[in-house]
Design a protein around this ligand. Structure first.
Ligand code: ADP
Length: 738
């Protein structure tokens, strides 16, 4: 009995061929098999794409499709797997395993597909029998078909009569390759879509790379390139001639680069550098080329993928970095040598030096500064020293902190620190300067402390001296003022005296004549009486007249002297200058004084030393001078000798008048020259005189250009020495004549 006729199977197959997809075709076949076999349940399990599992693609469960399920192809205990792999139908009278436990009686038909590279091998029947034997099942032999491979299995929940079994087996054998191929076609399309998407994604990815990527053949023809590579290497129609030239140059450079790489066999030996030109900007670009040989998988066997990494900026940055490093290194060297120098200076400067950072921390100091500021653990310090150090540190730090906030670059201030060693005050001048970097930020402050102890002491001394000086000046000023006042007073007094003196002289000069006339008359009449011309007089009358005449003569002498003095002082005594021989003068005054000497019984000596020159002078006045001195000598000498001696001296003549008389007290030596001065009143009364002689003598000598001095020993005698010039000077003569 033929259930499925040839025509029916032909139309079934053509219907299958027209199915829109494998799912529809599978459902259609399953439905047909259910109908033809009268089975309740039919399932189609197809090998999946990876050929590792059986996947249910269509089923009917009592008229309705059942959910998809899968069986692992490795599960060789499952009769459906064995049926699939051995291409043998199997008939079972006991229920199948989950999820097909509803199939209590069943028949499986293997599906086939054309053999491909990846299709699983066909299991031989012997192996299948061995696998099925434990379940009391056996593969059913079917005619061998060469070139086919397992493609899946269809299971129905019935045991079929033999002719229906054969017919359905045949139908499945014919239909299954179509369904499997349709499915694999769908899969292929899906793959194509997927690959298309994937390739699109890769394309976008590659195009979005900033680096040019190029695939070239051995002939250096570009097969593929990304956008960035196109911009550098592909000429477009609208390109300007400049851009074209740049791109042609790039191609030339790139090709020669590749050729060289091939020649030197260095395609795979790491990145190499390539210079290109930016067609838009015209500037040079530097690339690092990483080349991969691609091999036959993706194109011509000798294709090369080149990735050009733009390292222009990188190289520029690297160069810049290198330069910076060089600069830093140089700066380091410089700063280290400067630091050495600085240290040398610090160690050799006698003043304390400190360097502080921008936060006023001390970062460097020399030994001198350490003694003031650092608590060196090595040297044990007592409490007082520590206190001094801390105090110094506080003062210095607050000064520096303040300075750090200021805008100025330098600061100079005095402060008083404490000497930790002695505990005494240490006045210092702090001079600080800021060290700035290129950006004018202060990075350090250098401070030098200058010991002012000496200076402060000097200043104190200077102040004291200044005060002393001022006091002295004040005193001098006061004294000077006093002196000036006294001076003024004296000047005034001397003017007054001079005026009075002049008045006196004028008065005397005019009055002397009036005085002399009556005295002369008095003397004349007294002489007449004494000579008894007017009659005889008694002895008593004679005595009285004699005393009267003596008094009148004394008065006349006095008046004569006063007259002389007044004449001299009034300038009314003219000089009569002639040549005067000293020997003559000495002789004449000697004769004149002779009677007086004889009267007192004295010895009188004269001597003129040979060579004593003549003088051009006033003879009368020289004689008057010598007579004055001789009469004094005789007057004040009671016994002994009076000597007159002349000798030559430089520029003139000296004449000494010596006596062995009473002498003059040293205290009186000055006073004897004054007008009317008689130094010893009591004794002078004894000797007589007016007190004007020496005064007149001196004034006469003044007129003659001479001098007079005295040497005397009280009680032993005196020597008056006169010097006279060889000639009275013309000025003196003239002044005398006035
Ligand atoms: P007088 O007319 O009193 O002599 P003078 O001017 O000549 O006046 O002398 C002044 C004074 O100097 C005298 O009074 C006397 O005391 C003293 N004197 C002058 N010459 C001598 C002398 N040779 N010996 C001692 N005393 C003298």
């Amino acid at each position: 009995m033929t259930v499925v006729g040839d025509r029916q199977s032909a139309s079934l197959l053509s219907a299958l061929a027209e199915a829109p997809d494998s799912a529809a075709a599978s459902a259609f076949l399953v439905a047909q098999l259910a109908e033809l076999s009268g089975a309740q349940r039919v399932s189609m399990l197809r090998l999946d794409g990876a050929q590792e599992a059986l996947v249910c693609v269509a089923a009917i469960d009592g008229g309705s499709p059942v959910s998809a399920s899968a069986l692992a192809l490795s599960d060789l205990n499952n009769p459906l797997v064995v049926s699939t792999l051995s291409l043998s139908p199997i008939v079972g009278k006991t229920a199948l395993r989950d999820p097909f436990e509803a199939y209590d009686q069943w028949t499986s038909f293997p599906m086939t597909q054309p053999r491909t590279r990846i299709s699983p091998p066909v299991m031989n029947r012997q192996h299948a029998s061995e696998l099925l034997a434990p379940q009391k099942l056996a593969p059913i032999a079917r005619p061998e078909r060469p070139g086919v491979a397992p493609g899946g299995v269809i299971v129905i929940d019935r045991i079929l009569p033999p002719d229906l079994f054969d017919e359905l087996a045949e139908l499945v054998t014919l239909a299954s390759p179509m369904i499997v191929r349709l499915a694999s076609l769908e899969e292929a399309w899906a793959n194509v879509d997927r690959l298309g998407q994937q390739s699109e994604r890769f394309r976008i990815m590659v195009n979005s790379l900033p680096d040019p990527v190029v695939i070239t053949t051995a002939a250096n023809d570009i097969i593929v390139q990304n956008h960035r590579a196109e911009r550098l290497l592909q000429v477009r129609e609208e390109d300007s001639p400049g851009r074209r030239r740049a791109i042609e140059l790039n191609n030339l450079l790139f090709t020669s680069f590749l050729a060289k790489a091939v020649m030197t066999g260095s395609i795979q030996s790491g990145p190499r550098e390539l210079n290109l030109v930016d067609p838009d900007e015209g500037n040079d670009l530097l690339f690092e080329v990483i080349a991969h040989p691609l091999g036959e998988r993706v194109g011509p066997e000798d294709a090369v993928l080149s990735v050009l990494r733009d390292v222009t900026d990188l190289r520029r940055a690297a160069n810049e970095l290198e330069r910076q490093i060089q600069r830093v290194r140089q700066a380091e060297q410089k700063s280290s040598s400067e630091r050495d120098r600085l240290n040398l200076i610090l160690e050799n400067v006698a003043d304390p030096i400190l360097v502080t950072d921008e936060r006023s921390n001390i970062i460097l100091m020399n030994d001198q500064a350490e003694q003031l500021f650092e608590d060196r653990g090595a040297v044990p310090r007592n409490r007082r020293e520590l206190q001094a150090i801390r105090g110094n540190d506080t003062k210095f730090t607050s000064f520096i902190s303040e300075f750090a906030l200021l805008d100025s670059d330098a600061r100079r201030e005095r402060m008083v620190l404490t000497n930790p060693g002695s505990g005494s005050d240490l006045p210092v001048e702090v001079v600080s300067g800021k060290v700035r970097n290129d950006r004018r930020e202060a990075i350090a402050i250098v401070s030098v402390l200058h010991d002012l102890t000496k200076q402060v002491e000097n200043e104190r001394l200077y102040e004291a001296l200044k005060q002393l000086n001022a006091d002295l000046e004040n005193r001098i000023r006061e004294a000077t003022a006093d002196l000036a006042e006294q001076n003024a007073r004296l000047q005034w007094q001397s003017q007054e005296v001079e005026r009075a003196n002049k008045l006196k002289s004028e008065f005397l000069a005019s009055m002397s004549h009036e005085l002399r006339t009556p005295i002369n008359a008095l003397i004349g009449y007294t002489a007449l009486l004494l000579d008894s011309v007017l009659g005889e007089i008694t002895q008593k009358q004679r005595d009285a007249l004699t005393r009267g005449r003596a008094a009148a003569e004394h008065l006349l002498a006095l008046i004569n002297d006063i007259l002389d003095l007044a004449k001299i002082e009034a300038g009314k005594m003219p000089l009569h200058v002639t040549e005067v021989g000293i020997r003559d003068v000495v002789l004449e005054v000697g004769q004149q004084i002779e009677p007086m000497v004889r009267k007192k019984q004295l010895t009188f000596n004269t001597e003129v030393v040979p060579g004593t020159p003549s003088l051009i002078t006033d003879r009368t006045k020289v004689k008057q001078v010598l007579l004055n001195l001789l009469s004094n000598a005789v007057k004040f000498t009671t016994k002994g000798t009076v000597t007159l001696r002349a000798c030559p001296v430089a520029g003139g003549v000296q004449i000494d008048v010596s006596d062995t008389g009473i002498g003059i007290r040293p205290d009186d030596l000055q006073a004897i020259w004054e007008d009317f001065r008689q130094v010893d009143q009591s004794r002078t009364r004894e000797f007589g005189g007016t007190g004007l002689g020496l005064s007149i003598t001196r004034k006469l000598l003044d007129r003659l250009g001479g001098t007079v001095t005295v040497k005397s020993t009280y009680g032993e005698g005196s020597t008056f020495s006169v010097t006279l010039p060889l000639s009275v000077s013309q000025t003196d003569i003239r002044s005398m004549d006035n």
